[in-house]
Design a protein around this ligand. Structure first.
Ligand code: ZN
Length: 134
């Protein structure tokens, strides 16, 4: 497995439009995409900063992963996504090293990426996502 870069940082927000205003009006970034990912019960907004993106995540269902996260921990950094060269191989290799996976095989995330999450119990508390555009 080879990690190529931090693809994005996922931030859980309770109000996407309000959060977008902060990133646009205060940080002078431009939201270039808003997308609903039904599979994850979220609405996402993306900002590009160099090679990396900020992904804001608003829950569309209180029972979804972001809804539960915000109820437990409040708004804040939710996950870090690493771009890997080969996601199937990265997930298999990680599992073989004894790390619990949330996704045993890649699924479809925002922006058409293949994504897979590792379990935060085995990643020093940081929810870790692998993603690949292949
Ligand atoms: Zn993500």
């Amino acid at each position: 497995m080879r990690i190529e870069r931090i693809e994005h940082i996922g931030i859980a927000v309770s109000n996407l439009d309000e959060a977008i205003r902060f990133y646009e009006k205060v940080l002078n970034l431009t939201c270039y995409s808003i997308e609903e990912v039904a599979d994850q019960k979220v609405r996402t907004a993306f900002f590009k900063i160099g090679e990396t993106k900020i992904e804001l995540l608003e829950s569309t269902d209180p029972e979804g992963p972001i809804g539960k996260f915000i109820e437990k921990k409040g708004e804040g950094i939710h996950h870090i996504a690493y771009q890997v060269d080969d996601i199937e191989q990265a997930l298999a290799e990680t599992e073989a090293k004894g790390v619990r996976l949330i996704d045993k095989s890649p699924r479809k995330g925002a922006e058409g990426l293949s994504i897979g999450f590792l379990h935060p119990k085995n990643t020093a508390g940081v929810l870790t996502e692998f993603c690949s555009n292949k």
